[in-house]
Design a protein around this ligand. Structure first.
Ligand SMILES: [Fe+2]
Length: 383
């Protein structure tokens, strides 16, 4: 028996932000990032819709990229003052993931962050508030996942906090909210969604629902990402990418991910390489590594008119280049000396990452190190 985990209600389509008018409650605490939601007018529109629904609102803004646990504690303290019955994560995944962790510490002020890092340890939520996610980027699918990625800056580690308790009650998937997203973020978040489709499809959890969503998401990304990057005002392409991101998130919320994410979490935490950009560097070589044991890649290749795992890997490399994503770690400006200093630490942390346990091929340290080094140079992995 399997249970399908999905956001409680999902509103999707251009203009669906307006659904905020129908929220029933008293107080909404909105968590957002820097200025983009304010500048685009989305924040003001959200406030206006919530006020029309009769809710009092409070805005907690300035959530940084790759949010820290300290930001979660600050937000939770502000929540305890305001006492919301709704929490609204509005913006990129950083804002939404931070809002999820604030929610945990709002309901459980004495929770221990280090203990929550262990998967499925978040206590029962919704005793004080429910959660609305409104993404402005099309990549993580956090609007329908039980995941919040939080960075421990002192240790240089990104922790995926994993619990179905964190799956939002309401997801609003409105492509118009993404209209102001810069091209490089459109590209790397879209490549993150693509990675979710591939990793969920080949993970060691079989799930018919996830399979269909992963294949469908992959097809939509290949058909729309270039257009969304090159023509940012094309709302249909924006909505299609937003839908693909949700579908990919729904797929991996149920079938989980693999070592692309394990490798990527480390270079994100240590070097600040954007998550999707790093995934797109690792994905083709991880396909080559996993194809030695998984027979599932030709199914995915067929979705885009290809035949083999190698052709799929090469098609991803071509798409990566067409949307101007970097193709190696070296290209991000990391010196060989700096890389060699950290590689053993990163490899060990990647092996321990929760995503490693769902990879179709069971890696040992040397495997991960060899993939890391091929991706540092930007050469094809061959074992
Ligand atoms: Fe991801």
């Amino acid at each position: 028996m399997s249970k399908l985990f999905i956001a409680g209600e999902v509103f999707h389509g251009a203009g669906s932000l307006e659904e905020l008018k129908n929220i029933k409650g008293k107080k909404a605490f909105i968590v957002t990032g820097g200025n983009s939601m304010r500048q685009s007018g989305t924040l003001d529109r959200s406030i206006a819709f919530l006020q029309e629904a009769g809710l009092e609102t409070f805005v907690f803004d300035g959530v940084e990229e790759d949010p820290s646990s300290a930001t979660s504690f600050r937000g939770a303290a502000a929540m305890r003052e305001f006492q919301p019955d709704w929490i609204v994560g509005l913006g990129g995944c950083s804002a939404i993931d931070a809002a999820k962790m604030m929610w945990v510490f709002y309901e459980y002020p004495d929770a221990d962050f280090d203990a929550l890092v262990k998967p499925f340890t978040v206590p029962t939520l919704r005793k004080k508030a429910k959660f609305i996610a409104i993404p402005s980027t099309s990549g993580t699918g956090t609007e329908t996942t039980g995941l919040a990625v939080i960075t421990d800056r002192e240790k240089g580690v990104k922790y995926p906090i994993v619990s179905y308790e964190l799956t939002p009650d309401i997801a609003i998937v409105d492509g118009e909210v993404c209209a102001s997203m810069p091209a490089h973020i459109t590209a790397n978040t879209g490549l993150d969604a693509l990675t979710h489709c591939v990793e969920a499809y080949v993970s060691n959890i079989d799930d018919n629902y996830a399979d269909v969503l992963a294949k469908g998401g992959l097809e939509i990304v290949f058909n729309n990402l270039k257009e969304a990057v090159k023509n940012p005002t094309n709302i249909q392409a924006r909505q299609n990418m937003h839908d693909a991101s949700f579908m990919a998130g729904l797929a991996f919320n149920n079938a989980w991910l693999g070592i692309v994410h394990s490798l990527s979490h480390q270079v994100g935490a240590l070097y600040g390489i954007p998550h999707g950009a790093a995934n797109a560097i690792f994905l083709p070589n991880v396909i080559r590594y996993n194809a030695k044991v998984s027979t599932r890649f030709p199914d995915l290749a067929k979705v885009i008119g290809k035949e083999t795992a190698e052709e799929l890997a090469q098609a991803i490399e071509a798409l990566r280049a067409e949307v101007n994503n970097i193709s190696s770690i070296k290209e991000f400006g990391i010196s060989k000396e700096d890389w060699e200093k950290n590689i053993d630490y990163m490899t060990q942390n990647a092996l321990l990452d929760p995503c490693t346990g769902f990879n179709p091929r069971v890696p040992v340290l040397q495997d991960l190190k060899a993939i890391y080094n091929a991706c540092y140079e930007g050469v094809a992995f061959n074992d």
